[in-house]
Write a protein that binds this ligand. Structure first.
Ligand code: MN
Length: 661
């Protein structure tokens, strides 16, 4: 339990009495507003914002951030508190920060794939008007993770997964290693309790021996540095449990070798000494080839600077050493937060200062060997080009800034675009020309009897939507002059006789696929990628077996398109009787009765399992693959979500076309 006094004590080292009084004012306001509210842990609610503020005070963020941290849940959770209430009492800057955190809090994370998580992270940054909003959000999440035990197990898993997929990478992106590690270890603890416990026991048991070893190595290095006149602060660096675990997985090894658990850090005064210390270390211990990295000359994307080397230590086992200056160390620990730290006599966080960070990153870019990776990483900060919106099912889509619901419709699927008659944003009807905003939830209204309008060319902002509309009208104009639709159908039937003449039993005949101009196409959904309605698809005329339909993203589709004369336009026809096969991949920590739980859940949902397989990895993880057969796909998302809720399950998703079975 912390108190306002302990927060004030932290602030006293860097702030004057007037500023601390403003923090106490914010505290009292929040305390009164949250009166009668309690957390799941049983403690008074105010403890949460207080702890959040304390995390940021430790990072030495400016007073406005600390005030906003104390107030961060008031707009959302307290009836009488609005943006204006906060603005009138604490000023616009604080109000904007609180408002930003409130908006981020309303986003629901239902991430499905790596790519989704990446979009989600970008959207978080894009929505935060001020990077400090993200810092407050990270501190908020960190305290929630510290107190996660009070929540039901299902929520623990969900929050931990979000933390692992979105918040820890975000902290990493911003160079805040302390927060990143703590978030990862807390999430790891809940996602994989057995492994966490095992590693923690192992680290504990070997502590005495390791401490003795650390003392010996640090002593030897200290003597060597003194001899060459370098002042260095040598620290044993605790390895975090999750990083140990990752190493165990990546290198496929056990940590029976306790010396591997030790890593050292040498902090020196200036860059010259960084390289001097490296020479000294390499002089007393043999460096391991290929393990030296110079992140001083070539900083990482998140501004991290340090020399990394691995040497053969005195007992003959590898020893990882990092060498850096105090300033580099400060950046490594606090990342972007270092730029909002309180400075004597200046208002921290001016616009110029915020830009300085970005400018420095841009400058470094020109000095890097491989700027492409850097630019990829930097994109997140140059988000003005994109707008991030949600589908009704919670997927994130990114579109060019300025895009309209009509662009969104074409982005989802060409058919959705053609049949679009209107759009809802956040539940309300909007004009088709509405400019989409970050975080909007967009729903497209369709009607199969409508057709595109030429006015649409003036509405859409993306080139892909524009070219689809143009192609449509080109085709219409072309046909109007040359052939009637009946003639077109006849011609197609002549050219592809095997397609037209295989009427089969009702629900298998066309597999829910429509082909323009063909009455009874014989269609087969390809087994390699199992397309289902909603997927972008292509048709391929086989010899004698009708049209096989692949997902556009199917690796096989690429080789098929080399025979363009056999490609044919196909579309979903919404046949309610069609039956589809869906492959679902599940990743979990293996445990007793895991398979039983998964199978029972699927069976209860009324879905047929056609086949399944599982592979248990030596590290205790298990990969499972299921082939479902289902008619009504609307329950699929719910089933996948429920699968993720099974204890031990990390990940469940529909198999991507690129994924190996
Ligand atoms: Mn909160």
């Amino acid at each position: 339990m912390t108190s306002i006094e302990s927060l004030a004590a932290v602030l006293e080292t860097h702030h004057d009495a007037d500023e601390i009084a403003r923090v106490i004012d914010a505290y009292e306001f929040a305390r009164d507003a949250h009166t009668g509210q309690f957390r799941k842990t049983g403690e008074e609610y105010i403890n949460h914002p207080l702890e959040t503020a304390l995390i940021l005070a430790d990072l030495r963020l400016d007073i406005h951030s600390i005030q906003a941290a104390l107030l961060h849940d008031t707009i959302e959770d307290c009836e009488d508190v609005t943006f204006d209430t906060i603005k009138d009492r604490f000023g616009e800057e604080v109000a904007v920060l609180v408002d930003g955190v409130t908006k981020l809090g309303r986003i629901e994370f239902e991430t499905q794939t790596q790519q989704q998580s990446e979009s989600m992270r970008k959207m978080l940054i894009a929505m935060a008007s001020d990077i400090r909003v993200i810092l407050i959000k990270l501190a908020d999440r960190l305290h929630n993770m510290r107190t996660l035990d009070a929540l039901p197990p299902k929520t623990q898993i969900e929050k931990s997964r979000e933390t692992m997929e979105i918040f820890a990478p975000l902290a990493h992106r911003l160079g805040m290693s302390q927060i990143k590690w703590e978030l990862e270890d807390l999430a790891f603890h809940h996602l994989n309790p057995e492994k966490y416990e095992e590693i923690s026991q192992m680290v504990k048991q070997s502590r005495d021996e390791r401490d003795a070893y650390a003392e010996r190595v640090m002593g030897e290095i200290d003597v060597a540095l003194r001899e060459v006149g370098i002042e260095g602060d040598i620290q044993g660096r605790p390895k975090h449990f999750h990083s140990i675990y990752q190493k165990m997985i990546n290198k496929g090894k056990d940590f029976s070798e306790i010396y591997d658990l030790l890593a050292l850090r040498i902090i020196v005064d200036n860059i010259k000494d960084v390289y001097g210390a490296l020479g000294t270390v390499h002089n007393i211990y043999t460096p391991m080839p290929g393990r030296f990295k110079d992140y001083v000359a070539m900083p990482k994307f998140n501004m991290y600077q340090s020399l990394h080397t691995t040497v053969i230590g005195p007992v003959g086992s590898p020893l990882e050493i990092q060498i850096r200056t105090k300033e580099m160390h400060r950046m490594a620990e606090y990342g972007v937060a270092a730029h909002w730290r309180y400075k004597e006599g200046t208002a921290a966080g001016t616009f110029d200062e915020r830009l300085a960070w970005l400018r420095q990153m841009l400058e470094w870019q020109t000095e890097l060997d491989d700027p492409s990776e850097f630019m990829e990483e930097l994109k997140i900060d140059l988000f003005q080009e994109e707008v991030f919106v949600f589908t009704p099912t919670g997927d994130v889509k990114s579109l060019k800034r300025g895009a309209t619901p009509l662009d969104f419709a074409f982005h989802i699927h060409t058919e959705v675009g053609f049949y679009c008659v209107g759009a809802k944003v956040n539940g309300a009807i909007v004009p088709l020309g509405y400019e989409l905003q970050n975080g909007d939830r967009v729903e497209i209204l369709t009607n199969k009897s409508t057709r595109p309008s030429r006015d649409w060319l003036n509405i859409v902002k993306t080139s892909s939507a524009r070219s689809k509309i143009k192609a449509y009208f080109k085709k219409i104009d072309h046909m109007a002059v040359r052939v009637t639709p009946e003639e077109l159908a006849k011609r197609d039937a002549k050219a592809e006789p095997q397609v037209a003449q295989h009427p089969k039993k009702r629900n298998r005949r066309n597999a829910g696929i429509r082909i323009e101009g063909l009455e009874h196409p014989l269609v087969k959904l390809a087994r390699c990628c199992n397309p289902v309605p909603g997927d972008d698809i292509i048709g391929f005329v086989t010899r004698g077996r009708g049209v096989s339909v692949h997902r556009k993203a199917c690796p096989n589709a690429e080789s098929l398109t080399r025979s363009p004369e056999r490609m044919i336009e196909v579309a979903w026809d919404g046949d309610p009787q069609a039956v589809y096969q869906v492959e679902v991949m599940v990743k979990a920590v293996d445990r007793l009765r895991l398979l039983q739980d998964v199978t029972a859940l699927v069976a209860d949902a009324g879905v047929d399992i056609i086949s399944s397989s599982s592979y248990a990895h030596p590290d205790g993880m298990v990969d499972m693959r299921y082939l479902f057969e289902m008619g009504n796909l609307s329950s699929l998302d719910g089933i996948i979500k429920d699968l993720r809720g099974i204890p031990g399950v990390f990940e469940a998703h529909r198999k991507l076309p690129s994924e190996a079975s």
